[in-house]
Design a protein around this ligand. Sequence first.
Ligand code: G3P
Length: 218
Amino acid sequence: MKIFLDTANLEEIRKGVEWGIVDGVTTNPTLIAREKVPFKERIKEICDLVKGPVSAEVTALDWRGMVKEARELAKLDEHVVIKIPLTPDGIRAIKVLSSEGIRTNATLVFSPMQAVLAAKAGATYVSPFIGRVDDVSSDGLKMLEEIVVIFGNYSFEAEIIAASIRHPMHVLEAALMGVDIVTMPFSVLEKLFKHPLTDIGIERFTKDWERYKETMGR
Ligand code: G3P
């Protein structure tokens, strides 16, 4: 399972990269806007840090505009992947870009059949949004599972990125399904480390070691 960070914050990305467990980064217009920095510069900075796939999203809504933006973004760095929303224009743009060898990540995917359209158009990655489906009282994990089954049925090449991850159980369930990639906020990645028994264990070992050293010192 590859772990991507869903953030445009350099400090978070640096920490994750230093731990050695971050394979890539996904961004979106909201995450970039939160940082209040120039878009392209930030994408380049992220690429330099992570040295793996970095998704940068187009903002045009027509396919010609999407393709134009995508070509510009792709020039920034070899690691740039173009995030394209799942609309008819988006699918057309994905088809054009994939024929040019530009990698794409179909975003705002909320149903298995949308995921199929993206795979058929030649998307490199397909990003179903788990949390946002849960938000409207539907079952994001069920959608994800259906996509995994369908992609297996037809041996689609597109990799699935479980996105809009809200908590560690989303990550666990995606891992049990064998999803290729999970992109998560830094706060969720931090939570994956946590277990009360780890903290208790460290406290006990440290105390026992101190006592042992005292005894041996006598
Ligand atoms: O990057 C796309 C996706 O992960 C957004 O998640 O938390 O805004 O639903 P969220």
